[in-house]
Structures are given as C-alpha cells and as structure tokens.
Design a protein around this ligand. Structure first.
Ligand code: F6P
Length: 752
C-alpha cells in the first residue's frame, strides 16, 4: 500500500499541474479567438452599411443614422452602437449603449481614438469588447462607429471548456492511477514469484535441472561454487568438520596443550532440591550450547562462576568437578564470587552496562564506578584461576564474552606466550556508542591481549577496528585484519558461531510425530492444531513482546486461525535482580493475559507462556513439534535457537521466521526474514509459514540444514585455533629473526 502511495502522489501532483497549465493555455487561446472573431464581426457589420453610414455621417443626418445603428445591433451579441462624427461628437446611438462608451469617451475631439481600436472592459459584472470602426467617405474619414459587444457568451464558453478540460484530466488521472497500481501489482507478483522460484530452485537439486529465471543460473552457480569450495577445503584438510577432526587439528597444531575455557556461565549447575537431594541443571545459554560440544571434543578445563546452590558440595578441594555427569569428558573449575562481586561484576557492569551498550534494543546503559571496581577484581580472579589451571608457558585459553574483557591482557602480562583466543558473543557497538562508556579504553586494551579476537559478523569487526582507531594508539592492519600494539599483533576476524552437527540433542530426541503428539496433548490442543514456538531467556533484546503482538495481529487478520493456531513461548527467567528484566517479565505476563483474554474461546488460548529453565531435551521436543518457529530478536549477535530449530527438523518440515537483526539471518537465508518491529510484515510471514506447502518447507529446510551441517561449531572452533596457530608460528619466526643464532638455540630449547 505504501509503495502505491509513493508512486501515486507524485503522479497525481504532476497531472494536476498539467491540468492547471492546460486550462490556462486553452483559456488564453480561446479568448484571443473570440476577440479576433468579434473584431471581424464588427468590421463586417459596419462594412455592410458603409456607404449609407458614410453619407449620413458626412451630412450629420442624425435622424437617419439611428435606424442604421439599430439594424447593426440586431446581432444578439452587440449591446449597443454609436455613430461618431469626424470631431468625435456623438451623432446617434442605440438605447443599450453604456454611457462610458459614448463617442466622446472613446475619441478625441479631432476624431482620433483615445484608446485602441479594440479593447476589453467590464460593464457591471459583464465582460464587454469595444470596437471602433472608422468609416471613410472617398478619401476622407467621415467618422467612426463604436460597437460594444457582449462577451459573456465567451466567458460561458471558456468556463465550460475549463470544466471539460478538468474532466478529461480527471479521467486520465483515474486511469493512470489504476494502471500504475495494476502494473505495480503485476510486476511485484512477477518479482516475488521469480525470486521465490530462484530461491527455491537454487536450494535444491532442481536448481541444476532448471534453466529458467534471470538470476537463477547466477545464484545456483554461486551456491554450487561455494559448496564446491567448502567440499574441496574439506577434502584437502581431512573431511567435514567434526569433533574428531577438531581433535586431530588440535593435536597437530598445539601438541600436548590442553584447552582452558573462561566463561561466566558454567555448563552444569548443581542445585539443591527441596527434598535435600541434588540435581544437575543445564543453563539456558547460547554460549553453553556452542562451547560444550567443543569441550567434549577437546577436553581440558572450563573455568566458570559456581552459581548453583549445591555447587560447593560437589567439587573437590581444587574446586574441580568432572563433567558431563557420567561421561567425565572435561573438568569444570568453579570460581566462587561474593554477593558484592556478583552484583557489581555480573549484574552491574556486565549486564546493566555492557549488555545494553552493545545491543541496540532501547535500554540505557548504567556505568557505576563501584561496578567497574568489582568487574576488574573478578577479571583478575579469573585470570588467576587460568594461571593456576595451565601447565605450560603457552597454553590455549578460550576467553568467552563481555564478562571478561580484561582477562586477555591480564593473562598476557603473566604468560606472554599464551594463545589467547577471545570470542565476543554479542554485537560490538559503533565507536560513537562505545564512547559513552567511561571505561572504553581499558576494555579495548584488555581485549587486545588476545592472539585472536572473534566476533560473529564482519560488521562487528569493523566497529571494533573503528573503536581502536578512535580510542587507542595502535596500528590497524585492515588488509591483514589485525591490530598491532607494542609490536604484538591481535587478529580481529569474524567467526560465526554455530551448534554441533550431527546434533546430540536432535539425535537423542523422540521421533517428530511422537514429539508432536505429546506436545499437543500437553497443551490440550486438537491433533490438527497449528503450533508456533519461541524459545528464549526473558531478555528485552529478544523481541518477545513484539513476537506476541505479531501473533495478535495474525489472529486479527486471519480469523480462520482462531481456535486453531497456538503460540507457545518457552521463557527462561534471566537476570531477575535487574529492574529492566523484572519490568519485561511483568510486561510479557500482562500482554499474554490481554491477548488470551481477547481471543480465547472455550478451552483454546492463542498463547501458552511456559516459564522456567527448560532442559535441552524439552526444548527440542517443542522445536520438533512446531509448524513454525519465530525468532524475533531486536538485536542479536547470532541467536543459536534459529540453528537449533534447523537441527531439530530432520523431517525437513517446519518454517523458520527469523528477525533480520540476528547474525543468523545472514546465514539462514531460506528462513522467512522479517523486521520484528513491523507487525504487518511479521504477521504476514507467520500466515505464510502456517500455510506453506510441504514441498517448499522441505526445500527451504534442506538448504538450511545443509548450511548448518557444513558451518558447524567444530568449524568455528577449528578456524579460530588454526588462526591462533598461525599467529603463534609468525611470533616464533620473528623471535628467531630478532634474536640471532645464539638465541634461536635457547628458543628451541624452550619449545622442545
Ligand atoms: O548472548 C550473550 C550471553 O552471555 C550468552 O553468551 C549466554 O548464552 C547468554 O547471554 C546467557 O546469559 P546469562 O549467562 O547472563 O544467563
């Protein structure tokens, strides 16, 4: 609709201008035709009686001039006439002649004209045209005849001509508007049809068979080339990325070095149950989803804040516990934080300061000096823990996320040869936004202690480089994607994070049909119900309110879905000591109640809000049962729920509706990509999703599954480790060059 308005308004404005110009041009032309016509008629009227007029004017025969003039004014368009003698005196005039046009008003005493031969004037409200026609007797001027023409007929004709012109333009405008809308619709349909065809066909085997569509060969070629490149790289370096390949590359590049992960969130929490027993919980965290399979593959140590109520009771005297329970693949080292430390470092600086700073989601960051003190202290404590856990001078340390921006430099100060790989799991703000943080320089310097610093997207890398440029004295090597400070280089690159593939949770889940049956029964829904699902921490960046409003809009615009479509939102409470999160929690609750109150009928409710920390198995059951999964983040580094949905659908069914403000939208291009703020667009996508033919669902899902399978989390970790190995190799070579032959020996001694 808005597109039509954008085209129609200027079109109609141009037509109105044209109509205006045309009517005034036509008026002017018509007026001059009328005037010429009147002048000719006046001359003809006088010349018909010229001889009689000339002799009676010459003899000033007033009595016989009258009937002559009466005969002339018989023409209904002539109001009156006067016969003027050679000296300009009125010799005779008809009754209707207005006084202002008597001979002495028009002519001088010598008979010359006071005014033009033909001029226009107004009498009362009536337009008139006055003609002065000289009458000659042989060679002398015998006098003149003044004729006053009634021009109101011309005004009437002009008015009807104006009306006609406007009517014609009106019809043209309506036709043009109609044709514009029609042609836009037709071409839009054509485009969307073509685009759909190109996307669908280029994602599946049909692409190679088809030769239709202007972009299709190009897109299909690009996709084919991309997968050939990936396949070639895979062949050359040991097959597709998997846990086994990651292990092999670790062995090859970092012989004997164990991996140490530093992340605030622990992969397993021990919680005290009300009955006194202990249960193990998995937190709702994209970071844990991604890192846990990597740690299973690499083994080593994961250092995290011990936040479970029974965590202290389950560690050994070094604060270690082996996980996953029953599998014992790696060690979890717990760090204990005091209440003040947790409040200042985690709730304060990390989640009231850095989290809103990095997300464009309309929450104002708060930076408190006291929080910054705690943040620094906790970062130092984690750096201490790293140094306690490593066994050699050049360990591999994977520092995770915005909780630990200072840790890389703290480790570097103590272990100059450490391979510090830092990954920032959330967006990086623009330099301008970062400038609002009083600790910007310290954060940047801290992060540049890394050998490799990773972000999800190139845009975030660019923002980081701009920030370094703005706030630090450093050399930026844009071509090499690196920053050099004090002669030491940190690579700054994008490594889009992913999930494990083959996916453990999907592989151990019950069949799709069973998931669907049990989920529908649990929600009290009929077997042919349509099910939408959302899975998030209760966080204001996730767009949960916008998502619910889109569901409301869907039910407004598609009444036939009432009673049939249900959206289930799995919502894990998060950071609930922070006011903004409490507000969100209440806001979501109230919104669900309002929408349910508006549409509920009988036992059916459009929205089911399931709060709680859902285990991965439970989440996958819902993902497998759903017809549509809507990920509506307002700003998100990646969003792994989108990739988990794809992993869950080994039946190649289900439609992903995905916010364009997620990192995932750059990869999962076969999803229905929407702007979550645009409720019309989002609800239209939901409507398209629930009515999408099975074949199209399969083609889209197959393409997305192919992508996630190739670009899995082992590849993510493997690429960062490979880059760190290259940085280390370069460092060693330049050490040798600068030290000379004697020192080379000692370096080699150290490295064995
Ligand atoms: O997305 C940022 C992030 O820190 C993730 O890395 C993590 O999955 C999520 O937020 C969880 O947050 P928290 O650890 O505060 O519960």
């Amino acid at each position: 609709m808005r597109a039509h308005v954008r085209v129609l308004v200027p079109l109609l404005a141009v037509l109105a201008l044209l109509a205006f110009a045309a009517t005034s041009l036509l008026n002017r032309a018509a007026r001059s035709w009328f005037e010429r016509d009147v002048a000719t008629r006046a001359r003809l009227a006088v010349s018909g009686a010229r001889e009689a007029l000339a002799s009676r004017l010459a003899t000033e025969d007033r009595g016989r001039l009258g009937p002559l003039l009466d005969a002339i004014v018989r023409d209904e368009h002539i109001l009156g006439a006067a016969a003027c003698g050679p000296g300009g005196a009125t010799l005779a005039q008809t009754r209707g002649l207005p006084a202002s046009f008597a001979c002495d008003a028009v002519l001088h005493r010598d008979g010359r004209h006071r005014r033009d031969f033909d001029f226009s004037d107004v009498v009362g409200e009536r337009a008139v045209r006055v003609s002065v026609v000289p009458v000659r007797n042989e060679d002398e001027q015998a006098g003149s005849v003044v004729l006053v023409h009634d021009m109101s007929y011309a005004a009437r004709r002009e008015a009807s001509m104006r009306r006609l012109t406007l009517a014609v333009f009106g019809i043209v405008a309506v036709l043009a508007a109609f044709l514009t809308v029609l042609s836009q619709r037709v071409s839009w349909r054509w485009w969307t049809h073509e685009l759909r065809r190109v996307l669908i066909l280029s994602t599946g085997a049909r692409a190679s068979r088809s030769s239709r569509g202007p972009f299709q060969p190009l897109l299909a070629d690009v996709r084919r080339m991309a997968s050939e490149l990936v396949a070639e790289e895979s062949r050359a370096s040991g097959g597709p990325w998997s846990a086994a390949r990651l292990q092999r590359m670790l062995q090859r590049s970092f012989v004997g070095e164990g991996v140490v992960v530093v992340a605030n969130r622990e992969p397993y929490l021990h919680q005290r149950r009300p009955d006194g027993g202990v249960e193990v919980m998995r937190p709702s965290s994209g970071l844990v989803t991604a890192l846990e399979p990597v740690m299973r593959a690499c083994s080593g140590t994961w250092i995290a804040h011990g936040s479970g109520s029974a965590d202290r009771d389950t560690v050994d005297r070094n604060d270690h516990v082996t996980v996953p329970p029953g599998e014992d693949s790696y060690t979890l080292r717990r760090v204990w934080l005091s209440e003040d430390e947790e409040r200042g470092y985690y709730y304060g600086l990390a989640n009231e300061g850095l989290w809103p700073l990095c997300h464009a989601a309309h929450a104002r960051p708060t930076f408190r000096a006291s929080d910054w003190r705690e943040y620094r202290r906790v970062n130092e404590r984690f750096a201490d823990a790293v140094c306690q856990e490593v066994s050699g001078p050049d360990p591999i340390v994977l520092v995770q996320d915005y909780h630990f921006a200072l840790v890389p430099a703290l480790i570097r100060a103590r272990l100059p040869r450490a391979n510090v790989i830092t990954f920032w799991h959330i967006p990086w703000p623009t330099a301008e936004q970062l400038g609002t943080c009083p600790f910007a320089k310290e954060l940047l310097t801290g992060l540049l202690g890394s050998s490799v610093l990773g972000f999800h997207t190139q845009l975030h890398c660019n923002n980081f480089l701009e920030s370094v440029d703005r706030f630090l004295e450093a050399r930026i090597d844009r071509e090499g994607q690196a920053v050099v400070v004090g002669g030491r280089e940190s690579l700054v690159r994008s490594y889009p994070i992913s999930i494990d593939w083959p996916n453990r949770a999907a592989e151990s889940a019950p069949p799709v049909e069973e998931c669907r049956r049990s989920v529908l029964a649990e929600l009290g829904l009929r077997p042919d119900a349509l099910l939408g699902v959302g899975v998030d921490r209760l966080d204001y960046t996730k767009g949960i309110e916008e998502r619910l409003l889109a569901v409301e809009r869907l039910l407004e615009r598609s009444p036939r879905l009432r009673g049939r479509f249900t959206f289930v939102q799995l919502a894990a409470p998060s950071r609930s000591l922070i006011e903004r999160y409490r507000q969100l929690d209440q806001g979501v609750e109230a919104l669900v109640a309002r929408i349910n109150g508006r549409f509920a009928s009988g036992a059916w409710r459009p929205i089911a809000l399931l709060r709680g920390n859902h285990a991965p198995e439970a989440v996958f059951r819902f993902l497998r049962a759903a017809d549509v999964c809507y990920v509506s983040s307002l700003h998100d580094g990646m969003n792994l729920v989108a990739k988990e949905f794809v992993a869950a659908r080994d039946d190649e069914r289900g439609v992903l509706v995905l916010s364009r403000f997620t990192g995932a939208a750059r990869e999962l291009t076969e999803a229905l990509i929407v702007n979550p703020y645009d409720l019309e667009e989002a609800s239209a996508a939901l409507a398209t999703a629930v009515t999408m033919p099975a074949q199209e669902q399969e083609e889209r899902m197959r393409a997305m599954r192919g992508h996630v399978a190739e670009f899995n989390v082992y590849r993510w970790a493997g690429r960062m480790l490979a880059d760190a190995a290259r940085v280390r190799q370069r460092g060693r070579l330049s050490d040798r060059l600068s030290m000379g032959p004697r020192s080379v020996e000692s370096v080699e001694e150290v490295h064995g």
